[in-house]
Design a protein around this ligand. Sequence first.
Ligand code: ZN
Length: 312
Amino acid sequence: MERTYDRRKRIRRLKKMILGTIAAAIIIPVILSLVLGIRVIQLQHKIRELENGLSARTEEKGEVKSVFAANAIVAASREAASARIVSEHTEDNAVEAQADKTEGKKQVYLTFDDGPSSNTDAILDILRKYDVKATFFVVAKTDEHSVSAYQKIVSEGHTLAMHSYSHKYEEIYSSKESFIEDVEKIQDYLFQVTGARPVFYRFPGGSANTVSEVDMQDLISWLNEKGITYFDWNIASGDAVSRLLETETIVENCVSAIDGKNVCIILMHDANNRSTTVEALSQVIEEIRMRGDSVFLPITDETVPIQQVKAE
Ligand code: ZN
């Protein structure tokens, strides 16, 4: 009897130990997961704060990132471009003439983001001097100088396009509704000051930006419904980095990257502190022109868009 009792006691103790081990095996990982989960959420918040705080820098990163991916889709765009030119040939004489002028040539689109600025006039002067038409993806500014800058862009034959009203990532990309509100606001505003309703758009940070809280596909399909075409770029001048880039580097970034592309959409910035962009512009135009195989064009309905993230 004594022995049996001892055995029972031992079995009970053993059972307790096994149950204890099982409980520990379940509870410890759960606690660890919880702790790690909370840490992840804290870090995500921290990242979002940093992203918001450094929106200018974040854009630039997004932009550079987009360029790499955009390069990959250029080949496809090139094919589409030639197919498009061929089909337009048969459709419209005016378009045919345009296509003749550009046939076999690289189509180079100079695009300036974030303006108007204190540099807009200087940029326009250079473009006028070389008889080059470009595209300005602008934000909303209501001072007198900016209002006349929008008008000058239009009257001098450049394409006035939208780059958001506020350029504040945390507002624009917080919901689909706030994105729509921002686009409609800049479209109405530019129509009000120039009499022309812009139909081209560039997402702040590009379509491949990593800051949007909304699925970019939702925003893209809304733009498509509205007949607004968005453009990314496949060449970055690099002039948006936080330090002021040297003139020579900007020229080099633009000119060296046009090889192997039939459609070149070059990203530059029209911003107050970007003096080297202005300094580089003449040289960029001269060096590209010297090659003799390119034509500078403003973005129009005929332009094959470079889009890193496309509608699904
Ligand atoms: Zn921008």
